[in-house]
Design a protein around this ligand. Structure first.
Ligand SMILES: [Zn+2]
Length: 268
């Protein structure tokens, strides 16, 4: 490498290092791309649990850096679908593909997912494989009509109250998004398997987030589901991990309420 080539490379490395460390070392200023003051940050986060809020207030620059990235994504990965927020019965994701065609392991021949999930899903499966862990997908996209059948089945066999803790009503399932999957075995013991442990530790790095974590029934309305992951993209999964204590539901609710405000506050 000549000296002339070396300089730009070194400069790039320095800038990258500065940007990355700037996020973790807790710069206290607010972000230059947003027309937002410290007081605004304090007020927009006032409904959040204390620890999450103080994390954001302590390091708003990094938080806003990731918010900007999320707002600029061509796809909204953070659509709120929960007990109170439903997808339309006619919503079908535009780019469903058969998972097996991409060399990923599934328990059924025909399981579909949105194509936008494939690059990170294959990267994650490959990283796990290199550490001796085989990830197997047991369920993924479910249509509105299929979810309707499934929910009725649970109600018939277990009664309404139990069904509502374990199954979503039609329109209210993250599986209809086409970005959500259940890893196999779909069982409480999944967390004790190699795959369950691996995902618990590393899935967020690839943009996957555990939707129904332990001890969160009062927030999510669902029992702990160690097998159920939603792809939210790497920026959203970073924010959930770094600022929201791994509570996807809390970030999705926050984003749903504040995204228009943050969009308007972006300097053009
Ligand atoms: Zn699921």
């Amino acid at each position: 490498m000549t000296g002339k080539e070396f300089q730009p490379v070194l400069l790039f490395a320095l800038i990258t290092l500065t940007v990355l460390s700037g996020c973790e070392k807790g710069k206290t200023g607010v972000h230059p791309d947003f027309n937002i003051t410290k007081r605004d940050i304090t007020s927009v986060t006032d409904k959040l649990p204390h620890d999450i809020r103080s994390n954001i207030i302590k390091n708003p620059q990094c938080f806003l850096e990731y918010m900007e990235r999320i707002l600029n994504e061509p796809v909204d990965y953070a659509v709120l679908v929960d007990k109170k927020h439903a997808l339309s019965s006619s919503y079908i994701p535009p780019d469903l593909v058969n998972i097996r065609e991409y060399g990923l392991r599934t328990t059924k021949k025909y399981l579909r997912i949105r194509r936008i999930v494939i690059p990170d899903l294959t990267a994650m499966a490959e990283a796990a494989r290199l550490q001796g862990v085989e990830l197997v997908i047991g369920s993924s996209y479910r249509s509105y009509a299929y979810q309707k059948q499934l929910y009725s089945y649970y109600v018939r066999t277990e009664g309404k109250e139990k069904a509502d803790k374990e199954s979503a009503r039609p329109g209210h399932s993250q599986h209809q998004l086409g970005t959500t999957m259940d890893f196999s075995p779909i069982d409480n013991k999944f967390i004790e398997t190699k795959g369950g442990k691996w995902l618990d530790k590393y899935a967020w790095k690839y943009g996957f987030s555990l939707s129904y974590p332990p001890d969160s029934e009062s927030i999510t309305g669902y029992k702990y589901e160690p097998w159920h992951y939603r792809y939210v993209g790497r920026d959203v999964s970073f924010i959930i991990k770094r600022y929201f204590d791994g509570k996807q539901q809390l970030f999705l609710e926050f984003y749903d309420k504040t995204k228009e405000y943050f969009k308007k506050s972006l300097r053009k």
